[in-house]
Design a protein around this ligand. Structure first.
Ligand code: GLP
Length: 243
């Protein structure tokens, strides 16, 4: 595991964007596994700037997102499909037909999960998976539990995750309580993984993930088993690592 210490959020964003840009440059038709949340926003902004400077070409890139709320249409402003268009897809030359997310409105959750895993297989897997980290150690929406769940599945979100994500919803606005997420096998099958973590509030989760036991109680700890993980974290997030 390669751990890169960034000075602050903007340094983290620049370094992580550079990492993704290198992937796209080396393999222009790569499959990027993408994530949502606050942390990747600066990375996407930086990628857009690189695209505008003609340094990056997304025309052959395929994008597969980690997760999506159940019950939200892709046009819903709080859906992850909307987030991805707003923060990246609309601003670069990626083909929207090559951008995939679980369908929040799918009638049959089981069928949708199987479809998503098959789709990733058809794309020959993910070259680079970008991950954020939840305060409780979740990755994607793989919440702490008794066992790692391998395949794409529907999750009932934990109170703490609903609370952490409530900042994206207006007061009184209904917030989804379940979501689709790539499972742990799906994440670990990616050829390379880039974990980005910012802020002191994530320091404990990051320490458990990287230095604690590999346990489904801290889903991100499973990344210790992957042969090609790069962590880019700012000094605040690394403050409990004793580096
Ligand atoms: C959400 C997303 C995750 C994300 C995590 C951390 O629950 N499903 O994919 O990594 O939150 O988000 P943030 O970067 O906003 O702290």
């Amino acid at each position: 595991m390669n751990i890169i210490s960034a000075k602050n959020y903007s340094d983290l964003s620049r370094r992580a964007a550079g990492f993704i840009a290198a992937q796209v440059t080396l393999k222009p038709d790569c499959v990027l596994g993408l994530a949502t949340g606050s942390t990747p926003i600066g990375i996407y902004r930086d990628l857009i700037e690189r695209y505008r400077r003609d340094e990056l070409d997304f025309s052959r890139v395929r994008a597969v997102n980690l997760d999506e709320y159940r019950g939200l249409a892709p046009t819903h402003p709080r859906s992850y499909a909307f987030y991805m268009r707003e923060h990246l897809f609309e601003h670069v030359n990626i083909d929207e037909d090559d951008c995939f997310l679980p369908d929040g409105l799918a009638e049959d959750a089981e069928v949708e999960c199987a479809r998503y895993d098959e789709l990733i297989e058809e794309l020959s897997g993910i070259d680079l998976q970008l991950l954020g980290l939840g305060h409780n150690g979740h990755i994607g929406f793989n919440e702490p539990g008794d066992a790692f769940i391998p395949d794409t599945h529907l999750v009932t979100l934990s109170e703490s995750t609903i609370e952490a994500n409530s900042r994206f919803f207006d007061e009184g606005e209904a917030q989804p309580t379940s979501a689709y997420t790539l499972g742990i096998r799906g994440i670990l099958s990616a050829r390379r993984i880039l974990l980005v973590v910012s802020g002191a509030s994530k320091a404990e989760a990051l320490q458990s993930a990287l230095c604690g036991p590999v346990t489904p109680r801290c889903p991100a700890s499973v990344l210790q088993l992957h042969p090609d993980v790069t962590v880019i974290a700012d000094e605040d997030a690394l403050s409990k690592m004793g580096l």
